[in-house]
Design a binder for this molecule. Sequence first.
Ligand code: IVH
Length: 722
Amino acid sequence: MSRARSSADSLRLREPASLTEEEAAAELAALAEEIAAADIAYHQQDAPVITDAEYDALRRRNTTLEERFPALRRADSPNAAAPGAPPAAGFAKSRHGTPMLSLDNAFGVADFAEFAARIRRFLGLSAEETLRFVAEPKIDGLSVNLLFEDGQFTRGATRGDGTVGEDITRNLETLADLPRALPAPFPERIEIRGEVFMTKADFLAFHAEQTALNAERERRRAAGERAGEAVRIPVNPRNAAAGSLRQLDPEATRRRPLKLFAYAQGVSSSPVAETHSAYLDTLRRWGFQVNPLSELLPDEHAAEAFQARLAAERAALAYDIDGVVYKLDRLDWQARLGFVGRAPRWAIAWKFPAEQATTELLAIEIQVGRTGALTPRAIMQPVTVGGVKVQHATLHNAEEIARKDVRVGDTVILQRAGDVIPQVVGIVPEKRPPNSQPFVFPETCPACGSHAASAPGEVVKRCTGGLICPAQQVERLIHFASRNALDIEGLGIENVEQLHREGLVNTPADIFRLKDHRATMQRWDRWGSGGKATRKVDNLLAAIEARRQPSLERFLFALGIRRIGEQNAKLLARHYGTAASWRDAMLDARVVGSEAREALGGIQGIGPAIAEELVEFFAEPRNLAALDDLLTEVTPEPAEAVAEGALSGKSIVFTGGLETMTRQEAEARAEALGAKVVKSVSKRTDYVVIGTDAGSKATKAAELELTTLSEAEWRALAGFPA
Ligand code: IVH
């Protein structure tokens, strides 16, 4: 997401006409990479990383640039690739015997009537001729192509781009619903197609299990323990089925509760039946599951009643369906009708509207996440929507609530579109109780009372009381002690939780005061008894004492300020040198437009958005108090660059433009390293940094035979990353 954003941002800044060839080439390279990554995430991992709009913007930008710089078009240009989903790496390709197509949609009686009329016109049928359709529930799962040779299942593939899919034979073999061999008679070679899916109940259980696993992974990582990264949890049964089928390890697929309904055929070496309904009977005889609700309708007018009946039954079904597929029963007619584009003329998917229900909104609760995000949650009179009982729904953020004008006491319209978490799509205005009040989003965190703010360009409000907010405290403490932060051995999740529960540790500074509670801790059961407890407590206290002089960068990272990860902590440490000068600069930087604020935002790699997060942290007086309290306990080591004083006592002149940093940043760094920045060149000048378009100062430096530095040399001298 962030990479796509970054280039989307730069798109807005640069007119194609103003780009040099070099810049355009660099951007095209970045675009090719970003679009490919987005394609993989979407098609192969079933976990989109950017929105459709962002994706379209990237592609448009790519096309614009290619049009303007045709010579720069890359071999791996996103426009060169065939649209669709190429097979994922890790699976072999599998070409379908006949293409796997999609279906046109109908949204009402009129659409369906038009579909039937088109068939009549095409086949030249009179009004007296009866059109019989097979109606089949449309499950939104993953379509698969199953090849049987001599009656044996030999290969199975995903749909892929419709022509070539991924070979997932081994994974499909783990499905109980897939017959390995067909009872005779059967064609020598036949492709059978169907849908792999998860039931609603199985999906909900899977979702809950994955959520719990992720929470555990996150906790372990926060504590610096080895743990896999949190995985993206599928939001609906379709994504869950798709992800499950694409496991590289078939045993992983076996553990997923996947089901299969068969419903179509691909290539066949000899005809199986004369009608689709007879074909479905054959599939049943071969041992496939065919959806029991599939039905041969007496004529085209029966479709409306079937549609209505299924819409009514829909919520009670074990699996999500989003419509009904109607297929012309006579296969000879199907063959004559053929295809337009990628869809058959003989079938249509008549979609249902999204499942909705109304209920009363009892309260809007603000939850504070582990990272301080304030999320409004609707608490509702329990109601069943789409077969799933719900009483909570996310309201996303303040903007969303205001836009929909959702108020406590309102009757809200809930919608489930296959996803676990239903959405509040709107309210029923006629049912609004008199004297209801617009919802006022809190300005403060409900857990700790700190100011809540949203970062520029973000709608999410966050609690700024990072160090003192109880909703975040345990996580912050675990982070503080974790391996890449202060690395306090023995202070893992369980110990932090207990110390917090017992009230001994609320803020990081409290950790360093634990030595005053030695006796209390030794009495705790889980520390063992007698000598064992003593030893454990002693070890922990010794580990804590050993961390009273952390490096400045670890210290800054340990504070857990939003967006100050290890990399940014390092940049800050190098720039400010000591905890005291960092702290003082941050206080000054609270004033927008101040020199300190400009300098902070000007640090290469930091920028205004991160500056804003730092300032937010310092705007909360209790954070400052907690920081100062901590600084009475620990003394961070000054950052290396300053301690070295690489430039102490030297005079330095900058001339010309720098490309990787602002002049202001360069000067600030030089000063932080002990140099004196001067404006004019003289024989007393130690260094002259020559940027682009440097003028007379460069000439003079040459005349005086002074030490001159290129920008790269300056970066190296000042300890910036190469
Ligand atoms: S027949 C040429 N039958 O819907 C016709 N598709 O929009 C090919 N689907 O990719 C499809 N239930 O994933 C057919 N009973 C059914 C279906 C069904 C679900 C899905 C399938 C297909 C998509 C087409």
